[in-house]
Design a protein around this ligand. Structure first.
Ligand code: SAM
Ligand code: SF4
Ligand code: SF4
Length: 390
């Protein structure tokens, strides 16, 4: 996860560069339920409107939570499927809050209405993220449900009215990339707090439909727009939180923008980016799925590490007998190809490993969605094949 606004804010009010981040326990993205009222084209959890067997019960969830607390996990992102379909969602949230976790709700927003907004407000979510993958019919098509856009907008507005911090989450593919400008207009018009821009990851239906991923040129155009809009807001003193996910090459890409526009500040930003340290799967970001199976992060459902019914999360997470976990925790990671030779490896940490694994079978191969040119990663002229940025 790349916090763009924070880095652009550094151009105005720099803060000291510290050591590489090393928080006590990982953030847990917890898919509490796999059932969903939508069937989006890109869904990593391959959710559908059916009951999935063997999901964790409320008491099991509470037991896991105690372990997470003593393991110093700072935050739980309650997700799904659609988490609001779990009848015990507010009990789970209340318990998490009582234990002192930061809690986020990751929802498609369509089920947020007058009947439950009081309960959502009372649960004390620190943040509610609502997915919105385009305007009107574009969103409905992406999410494969007519009326989904209007329902999600109603959810966003209700949260906003109740003073709940709310964000739009937009996953970009060729189906919706042209609407990014309108999405950013909507963000400002509705005065939404946060914009989470997600690159497509090749997981679940997102893997099956990966031919719809944007080409590198389109990704670069989207990043240029995001950086410009974010910078305008930072300069005006009214910044929204811009965060990107699923492509840590966004860090070096922002650095290049700073080098072009504020060359005297580039070294400071580089220091800050190294402090951030790029991809955190298997280290500072973790995942528990609906059946209690632990994964290196939420895009890794094809890769189980163990189950909380058999072993506490804290033990599974520390166990580096698994070769993938050992490699993810290694610094630098044992990557090959362009990533292995990249001058930005200390910033990007070789990106999500999921796309490389899904497309080549080799978890340490280069990321096919890295949109930086060979020249930009310091390879041009070294006799290594130049991959066209197009
Ligand atoms: C699996 S959903 C669960 C929460 C809720 N149902 C929703 O859609 O917001 C969590 C987030 O992951 C995003 N997502 C799902 N599959 C993805 C993929 N293959 N690549 C990137 N983001 C993905 C969704 O758009 C959503 O914002
Ligand atoms: S992305 Fe979210 S809303 Fe869409 S099918 Fe998956 S779980 Fe449901
Ligand atoms: S080549 Fe790999 S390490 Fe370098 S920026 Fe691209 S994804 Fe990151």
């Amino acid at each position: 996860m790349f916090r763009m606004t924070q880095f652009l804010q550094e151009l105005i009010t720099p803060t000291p560069v510290g050591p590489r981040r090393n928080p006590p326990g990982p953030v847990v993205i917890w898919n509490l339920i796999r059932r969903c009222n939508l069937t989006c084209k890109h869904c990593y959890s391959i959710s559908a409107d059916i009951d999935f067997p063997n999901e964790l019960t409320t008491p099991e969830i509470f037991t896991v939570m105690d372990d997470l607390k003593q393991f110093r996990v700072p935050a739980l992102i309650l997700s799904g499927g659609e988490p609001l379909l779990r009848p015990d969602i507010f009990d789970i949230a209340a318990r998490a809050k009582a234990l002192g976790f930061y809690i986020g709700l990751s929802s498609n927003g369509t089920l947020i209405d007058e009947s439950n907004i009081d309960a959502i407000a009372a649960a004390g979510f620190d943040y509610v993220g609502v997915s919105l993958d385009g305007i009107g019919a574009t969103h409905d098509k992406f999410r494969r449900k007519e009326g989904a856009f209007d329902a999600s907008m109603r959810g966003i507005r209700l949260c906003h009215e109740r003073g709940i911090k709310v964000g739009l989450r937009f996953t970009m593919t060729q189906d919706n990339n042209r609407e990014l400008p309108q999405m950013l207009d909507l963000l400002e018009r509705e005065d939404v707090d946060k914009f989470y821009f997600s690159h497509l990851n090749y997981a679940g239906r997102g893997h099956r439909n990966r031919k719809h991923d944007t080409v590198h040129r389109q990704t670069r155009e989207a990043m240029d727009l995001l950086i410009e809009r974010c910078w305008e807001m930072v300069q005006r003193g009214t910044p929204k939180e811009f965060v990107t996910g699923n492509n840590d090459a966004d860090g070096p890409y922002l650095l290049q923008w700073v080098e072009r526009h504020f060359p005297d500040k580039a070294e400071h930003i580089r220091g800050k980016l190294v402090q951030w340290g790029g991809n955190a799967s298997g280290v500072n970001i973790s995942n528990i799925d609906n059946t209690g199976t632990v994964h290196p992060d939420t895009m890794w459902w094809h890769y189980p590490l163990g189950n909380v019914r058999q072993r506490p999360f804290s033990e599974i997470w520390k166990d580096v007998s698994d070769p993938v976990m050992a490699g993810l925790k290694q610094h630098p990671r044992p990557v090959t190809g362009r990533c292995g030779s990249c001058q930005h490896l200390a910033i990007c940490n070789c990106n999500t490993r999921v796309r490389a694994m899904q497309t080549t079978g080799d978890v340490w191969a280069e990321d096919p969605a890295c949109y930086l040119s060979d020249e930009e990663i310091g390879l041009a002229g070294q006799g290594i094949q130049v991959v066209e940025v197009a």
